[in-house]
Design a protein around this ligand. Structure first.
Ligand SMILES: NC(=O)C1=CN([C@@H]2O[C@H](COP(=O)(O)OP(=O)(O)OC[C@H]3O[C@@H](n4cnc5c(N)ncnc54)[C@H](OP(=O)(O)O)[C@@H]3O)[C@@H](O)[C@H]2O)[C@@H](O)CC1
Ligand SMILES: Nc1ncnc2c1ncn2[C@@H]1O[C@H](COP(=O)(O)OP(=O)(O)O)[C@@H](O)[C@H]1O
Ligand SMILES: [Mg+2]
Length: 313
């Protein structure tokens, strides 16, 4: 029996002009990975490619560069300083802002660990980078650890107040809407518990706390689950695709790449998050159809993205 046709996508896919070139569809960078978790950032990077990005780079700890590079020849890799355990070193954070010159969107977090270098990297991405960003996995854990909402941040400059005397006079703090620029958070319930302090089992309360977070900071939150709910300051979207076969390691890493790609193509955070979760769930449904709910893996979700996107063009 074939599954029911999917409900329609919440956002219309943009058409491609005949004179478009790779720069027309966004240059994106995925940041993450570590020794032992090179697969996660590879899944994200390939998902971005398969979601239409013109150019995809992966910034990874030097020690896992060859592994990440070997998964797909079209992914460019940027070696970043690593520590003795194959995680981002503190020095990696020093040059990440320069690495992002000319990049249209960034996704950070999968497989990154919460090593000191990763915490610093996340902090830089939060305060010093203003292109649209997706924070997932360990970037979310890093936010919880660094106490991102308690830090006095200038909405105008993005600097911490103690970094700039002139900011002392400015009104508004990190709680003012839009402080962090265009930013999508993609927590699963465990990560969300760390972020907002509401237990993973309390789904409705987690959604409400996420919306409060959106109101205070201007971010968009993808509350993962079955079904995933996308939350903004004044709206909620309940996704209609996906299935429990997607409860398999790496499926969220694929989503990170999909949403980052859409941000790089110019979709707003709200549209990129809604369209991203929809097509990701649709790919999951196609993977289930072909491989079954028991055996499907994140790799099959990734490999179903072309068919999922084709249904929209
Ligand atoms: N191939 C690779 O390289 C892969 C690498 N990966 C990388 O691994 C790193 C760790 O990420 P993670 O998500 O595996 O672990 P973590 O953040 O500790 O969260 C788990 C905790 O949250 C709780 N929890 C409650 N509800 C939950 C829910 N619905 N969904 C999920 N969890 C839920 C859960 O509760 P429990 O299961 O114990 O009931 C547990 O206490 C990260 O860098 C990631 O990118 C992965 O992407 C996989 C593929
Ligand atoms: N029961 C389910 N029904 C629908 N989707 C699910 C279900 N379980 C997990 N998913 C989806 O799979 C993904 C899991 O993300 P995440 O937990 O971050 O995985 P990982 O970190 O292993 O890549 C999310 O997009 C989530 O919505
Ligand atoms: Mg995850």
């Amino acid at each position: 029996m074939s599954p029911a046709l999917p409900s329609s996508a919440p956002v219309k896919l943009r058409s491609r002009a005949s004179d478009s070139h790779k720069g027309s569809f966004g240059r994106v960078m995925l940041i993450g990975g570590s020794r032992g978790m090179a697969g996660s950032i590879s899944l994200s990077s390939i998902a971005a490619l398969k979601s239409g990005s013109g150019l995809v780079s992966a910034a990874v700890p030097d020690g896992c560069l060859e592994t990440v590079a070997s998964f797909h020849p079209a992914i460019m890799t940027r070696p970043m300083a690593d520590d003795s355990r194959g995680r981002f070193a503190f020095e990696a954070a020093a040059c990440i802002v320069d690495e992002l010159a000319g990049v249209d969107a960034v996704g950070i977090g999968p497989g990154m660990t919460t090593a000191p270098g990763s915490l610093r990297m996340t902090e830089r991405l939060l305060h010093q980078v203003h292109v649209p960003r997706v924070f997932d996995a360990d970037a979310l854990n890093a936010l919880s650890i660094i106490g991102w909402r308690e830090q006095p941040v200038s909405c105008r400059t993005g600097k911490r107040r103690d970094e700039s005397e002139s900011d002392q006079q400015e009104s508004g703090g990190p709680e003012a809407a839009g402080c962090f620029g265009p930013l999508v958070l993609t927590p699963h319930p465990g990560e969300l518990q760390r972020l907002v302090g509401v237990p993973a089992g309390e789904r409705q309360q987690q959604i409400e706390a996420s919306q409060e977070l959106c109101r205070q900071t201007g971010v968009v939150v993808v509350v993962k689950g079955g079904p995933t709910v996308v939350v903004s300051a004044d709206d909620k979207y309940v996704n209609t695709t996906g299935n429990p076969g997607m409860a398999t390691g790496g499926s969220g890493d694929v989503l990170t790449g999909v949403i980052t790609s859409l941000l790089g193509q110019g979709y707003s955070c709200w549209d990129a998050a809604r369209l991203g979760v929809w097509v990701h769930g649709h790919a999951g449904d196609l993977a289930r159809q072909e491989h079954g709910i028991v055996s499907m893996t994140a790799l099959e979700i990734l490999q179903s993205l072309p068919a999922a996107w084709s249904g929209l063009t």
